[in-house]
Design a protein around this ligand. Structure first.
Ligand code: ADP
Length: 491
């Protein structure tokens, strides 16, 4: 019998389903992708078709295997990563969804959140789950469905319905309805998981009148978690890794030690820091979340999001017409040695973590007769890096753990000047990997460890390839000046 050497990673995102085959060296061999559609039935509501999510995911899995030329019998295990918080509810017997998926972005359960806050329950939810109550999390989406869709309350009480995030929905389908599970990282985004017990909180379920029998069993992120039904992919395959997308990216960036952090520089910035084996509470409304659970040990993280990151560069392009293409910002900013006193606060849609002012508006300060587009471009890159610095500072204060390194991915991480400014402002190395498909890589790593293809995180670190490390440097006085101007401008 041949030894299986490939891992199939399924990456179910908000706008597409993707599947990637990895080899034993942790390298990507083939990828397939299919778009998924979103519906906006009312302003602020975002829905998706659960069957489209499942069918595109299965289709891309088959495509990726065929493109890789990998026999299904060569696949050691499957890893799953997914858009987090999105809710699917389906019929336990038929497997049919009873409603469109309610996507994480959807605001439709905002009234349920207002109600729990009005009842004074906000602090209890934060204490138990580590999250700041918001419509974004799964809990109030379930409450909304049970309150607003005819018959669902009665059917849920009768045990006819199952609820889950996208990982659960995919696994239930992959296992032919055998397994109704979710991993702890996905569970930690529902606003129903007790971080201490790592089980559903009976108090919070009761508070939102959610029947416990709807919910999946909570399992680790790595290990033998389920077996696919043989008719789907051509053989029964073990599912050995599951994690929500941001946690998978943290794992895929090999942020295995406390103080290791990753940032994804996309439209916004998505920061997670490994804070070790205990949940650390935030004084800055950062989210406490589970990073992963494996070998009976749970690792926690702090998470913070910044609304405007790469989109500030888009605004230079589309709003100010300073550049024609986002990548040009680097060359333009590099024509000047400093922003010469110009500070840009890109609060274009309010300020997120750790300032939390949704009414804040952007500002460009310190403009003189000598200010050019290059100074504004440079101030924009500084602003992207300064916002990351603010969140990292809050994380280090909340956790008492100093930052060790920042690993980066996302579209704007290709900008070398931005990465150097980031390293200078943080005072730690900024590390950019060769493989920027960190989310799928994380799912593959968890699956490969779970099935024994790889034995340890040390082995993964040896497989992980660095494209470039940006060492901190820069003139200390100039850096202090940038930070002081920024702090003054933000306040
Ligand atoms: P998302 O997944 O959020 O759509 P991406 O990871 O594709 O985002 O990154 C795209 C964002 O990065 C855009 O906002 C774009 O303006 C910005 N961006 C792309 N290339 C660069 C660059 N070289 N320098 C700075 N910003 C960039």
């Amino acid at each position: 019998m041949t030894e299986q050497r490939s891992i199939l990673a399924l990456d179910q995102g908000t706008t597409s389903s993707r599947a990637i085959v990895f080899d034993q060296a942790g390298q990507m061999v083939a990828m397939a992708q299919a778009p998924t559609t979103q519906d906006f039935p009312q302003p602020g509501w975002v829905n998706q078709d659960p069957l489209e999510i499942w069918q595109t995911q299965l289709g891309t899995a088959l495509d990726a295997l065929s493109r890789a030329g990998t026999a299904v019998t060569d696949v050691a295990s499957i890893g799953i990563t997914n858009q987090r918080e999105t809710l699917v509810v389906w019929d336990r017997l038929t497997g049919g969804p009873v409603h469109p998926a309610i996507v994480w972005q959807s605001r439709q359960s905002a009234p349920q959140v207002e109600d729990l806050l009005a009842r004074g329950m906000g602090p209890a939810y934060t204490h138990v789950t580590g999250l700041v109550p918001d419509a974004y999390f799964t809990a109030t989406k379930i409450a909304w469905l049970l309150e607003n869709v005819t018959d669902l309350r009665a059917r849920a009480d009768a045990g006819e319905l199952l609820a889950g995030t996208i990982d659960s929905w995919l696994i239930w389908n992959l296992t032919g309805g055998e397994r109704h599970i979710t991993d702890v990282t996905n569970a930690s985004r529902t606003m129903l998981l007790d971080l201490e017990t790592q089980q559903w909180s009976p108090e919070l379920l009761a508070d939102l009148a959610i029947p416990a029998q709807m919910l999946p069993e909570i399992v680790p992120s790595s290990g033998e978690l389920g077996m696919t039904s043989g008719d789907l992919l051509g053989a029964e395959l073990p599912i050995c890794g599951i994690a929500g997308d941001q946690q998978a990216a943290l794992f895929g960036q090999c942020c295995f030690a406390p103080g290791d952090a990753k940032n994804t520089y996309g439209t916004g910035s998505f920061l997670l820091m490994n804070t070790g084996q205990r949940p650390r509470r935030s004084q800055h409304r950062l989210l406490t979340t589970i990073a992963w659970q494996r070998d009976e040990q749970t690792t926690f993280a702090l998470e913070g999001s910044i609304f405007v990151s790469g989109s500030a560069v888009q605004w230079l392009r589309d709003g100010l017409h300073l550049i024609e293409d986002a990548a040009e910002v680097e060359a333009l900013a590099a024509t000047v040695a400093s922003s010469e006193g110009v500070t840009f606060v890109p609060a274009l849609t309010g300020l997120g973590a750790p300032h939390w002012d949704p009414t804040a508006r952007g500002a460009i300060l310190g403009i003189t007769r000598g200010t050019t587009s290059a100074h504004i471009a440079r101030a924009t890159l500084e602003a992207i890096a300064l916002q990351v610095r603010d969140v990292i500072t809050a994380m280090a204060t909340d956790s008492g753990i100093p930052l060790r390194s920042l690993r980066v991915d996302g579209g704007a991480a290709r900008n070398d000047l931005l990465m150097q400014i980031q390293a200078d402002l943080l005072g730690v190395p900024v590390v950019r990997p060769v493989n920027v498909e960190t989310t799928a890589t994380g799912a593959a790593y968890l699956a490969g460890l779970g099935c024994g293809l790889w034995r340890s995180t040390a082995e993964l670190e040896a497989l992980w390839r660095i494209d470039r490390t940006f060492e901190p440097g820069g003139d200390a006085a100039a850096l202090r000046d940038i930070v002081a101007r920024w702090d003054a401008a933000v306040s």
